[in-house]
Ligand binder design. Structure first.
Ligand code: ZN
Length: 109
């Protein structure tokens, strides 16, 4: 545009907006009348508002989670951890066995 360089651009006002993820975006507007109520955060796409203490609620992209769904999710997490613990225990047992063999061989020599 080149307007800013000449210093002749119409004064623009910069208004900070804050999204629910605490991102700050500061778009500029031609005048106060052009300032929208909300601004889309370019970083996360959430709506951003002018009050940093009270940003607009993020859009609900996933369906409401029932308590049961939440419990199920937690349970599968715990199951996943159990499986991992089992796998680790098996791995450690195998390693201990190998080490025992090696020690036995070393003693044999
Ligand atoms: Zn954001």
């Amino acid at each position: 545009m080149g307007e800013a360089e000449r210093g002749e651009a119409a004064p623009r006002i910069r208004v900070p907006f804050y999204c629910a993820n605490k991102h700050e975006v500061v778009p500029s507007f031609a005048n106060e009348a052009a300032v929208p109520h909300e601004w889309d955060c370019p970083r996360c796409g959430f709506p951003a508002g002018k009050d940093p203490q009270n940003p607009p609620a993020p859009p609900r992209t996933e369906p409401y989670k029932t308590h049961l769904a939440y419990v199920k999710e937690r349970r599968s997490e715990e199951e996943g951890k159990l499986i991992l613990d089992e796998a680790l225990a098996k791995l450690r047992a195998e390693r201990a066995e190998i080490e025992a063999h090696m020690k036995a061989n070393a003693n044999a020599n």
